[in-house]
Design a protein around this ligand. Structure first.
Ligand code: TNX
Length: 503
């Protein structure tokens, strides 16, 4: 045999070659090799004390579909199997990871547990889509292609806002969506907890907020609220998946549910009637009322105490009928309360006109001039421009569901934009957030339909470097990604812009 053929014969892998993986979001760098690695009954996940939680989540995620034991062993030096290496001295950005698949082992390495977690999410996408099933799947080889990946996010803030005020979604549904956010390497869940139509978090010092203000919703249904225990459970569930919950208490506008709960918050002395319409009425707080400042401080104090994350979102949008000087004075006071609780204030872009002290975050949704003002004052932006990021807008004319005041937002609109507005710097923008307003979203089906797949597009905008993003390429990968969402029973919108692959 000629030497070259002999060499080739010796290096030809025994394992099967698999197609290159189609990942969402796209990794920064990937090189595929030959051959594959297959999980089997003997596969062990090697971890250490600090990476154990990530290893356990991976094992729990894969056991139902594969039926494999996937034991987690605390012996990080061991060879073979799946190895999670946490090493703070690694030369990787925050939340970054490397993932190397060899024919006899898989190594995921990161300098922080978030990076390790994202490495495991990518690993799950290397497997056949059936691996995302919550029930046993027979007859599938649990193989992943030999590949080398180095990956890290563009932005630190990759979020989704869900409005649980207009229609309430309970802990179970929110945990399901948290799993989907984590799958896409999103790391902020902004909960819009209060609005005119509902108050959704228990406040012990003002119990009627939840009891009365949470007793209904748009359309007059029964509404609901998170007890403090529910909220803490959600925060913990999210944190295990490296998602920070950002609670929003929307003041001074959008306060009708609070005014419907307590007479003393109203100039008339009596509570207003609950509001269950779908239109934005944005009833403002009675700012000069004697009880109002104490009420606001009590609410923010309790919410801050329950929230380990750094940010408290105070709304600040659409303060219709509030004089600009009163609005500014109130926001400055809110920032003092939030700072005293050790937190950083976030608000919608209208807060950009207020002389707030940095650091603070302005969430750009409507008026870029406000956003630029905020940056001039030393604030940073969360980008949620309605024409790209509003998930309550209709997808397109074929899906006649949703609002259209900001136009229709199809998958390509959700994908083809840059969170850094022209003329601003990357450092002015912490990241982006898709915003799911829920005036018309009253069921899990509708939530899925409006969130997905547009939030997958936002996830890639937030994660992948702008020069690495290309719509045609994303469209192809998203088509395959649909098979994963199918297995997870996500009722996503099957946009005609994408050639969907079903399992
Ligand atoms: C504007 S965005 C609002 C919300 C509505 C949404 C509907 C923002 C800060 N305020 O109150 O739900 O439009 O698209």
């Amino acid at each position: 045999m000629p030497l070259l053929s002999l060499l080739l014969a010796c290096t030809t892998p025994k394992s099967e070659d698999l197609p290159a993986p189609l990942l969402v979001p796209a990794p920064v760098w990937m090189e595929d090799g030959e051959g594959s690695y297959t999980l089997d009954g003997d596969t062990i996940i090697h971890a250490d004390a600090d990476s154990r939680a990530v290893a356990d989540l991976l094992a729990e995620a894969l056991r139902p579909a594969t039926g494999l034991p996937l034991e987690v062993a605390l012996d990080s030096a061991a060879e073979g199997g799946l190895r999670l290496e946490l090493d703070p001295s690694l030369d990787l950005p925050a939340e970054g990871y490397t993932l190397d698949v060899f024919e006899d082992s898989v190594v995921i390495a990161a300098r922080d547990t978030a990076g390790l977690f994202y490495g495991t999410q990518t690993f799950r996408q290397l497997l056949p889509p059936e691996a995302w099933s919550g029930t046993a799947v027979e007859g599938t080889a649990w193989s992943v292609p030999v590949v080398s990946i180095e990956d890290s996010p563009r932005f630190a803030w990759r979020g989704a806002m869900i409005d649980v005020a207009r229609h309430f979604f309970g802990v179970e549904e929110m945990e399901r969506q948290i799993d989907l956010l984590a799958m896409h390497k999103l790391n902020r869940l902004h909960l819009h907890l209060t609005d005119d139509q509902g108050w959704r978090i228990e406040i012990l010092s003002w119990p009627l907020l939840a009891e009365v203000g949470g007793s209904t919703q748009v359309g007059g249904g029964e509404g609901g609220y998170y007890t403090q225990g529910d909220y803490v459970a959600l925060v913990d569930y999210a944190a295990e998946r490296h998602i920070t919950v950002v609670p929003e208490i929307d003041f001074p506008g959008h306060a009708h549910a609070a005014l419907a709960s307590y007479g003393e918050l109203n100039e008339s002395g009596t509570p207003v009637d609950l509001y269950t319409g779908e239109g934005v009425i944005s009833t403002p707080l009675w700012l000069e009322g004697p009880a109002t400042a104490g009420f606001v401080a009590d609410v923010l104090g309790e919410v801050a105490a329950l929230t380990p994350g750094e940010w408290i979102h105070v709304g600040g949008d659409e303060a219709v009928g509030v004089a600009p000087e009163d609005y500014a004075a109130f926001l400055v006071e809110m920032q003092a309360v939030v700072s005293a609780e050790g937190k950083t204030l976030a608000g919608w872009d209208e807060i950009g006109v207020v002389p707030l002290a940095p650091p603070f975050l302005a969430q750009h949704w409507f008026d870029e001039a406000n956003a630029r003002d905020a940056v001039t004052r030393g604030g940073q932006l969360v980008a949620s421009p309605a024409e790209h990021a509003y998930l309550d807008m209709e997808h397109d004319t074929a899906a006649d569901y949703g609002q259209i005041w900001a136009g229709r937002v199809n998958v390509q609109d959700a994908y083809d934009w840059d969170p850094v507005p022209a003329g601003l710097d990357e450092a002015d923008v912490v990241g982006l957030e898709g915003a799911m307003w829920a005036e018309f979203i009253d069921s899990r089906e509708r939530l899925d339909f409006m969130l997905w797949p547009r939030l997958a597009a936002h996830a890639e905008v937030g994660w992948s470097a702008s020069e690495a993003r290309e719509w045609e390429d994303f469209r192809t990968r998203l088509g395959s990604h649909g098979a994963r969402l199918d297995v997870l029973d996500v009722g996503y919108y099957q946009s005609r812009q994408v050639d969907w692959v079903h399992p």
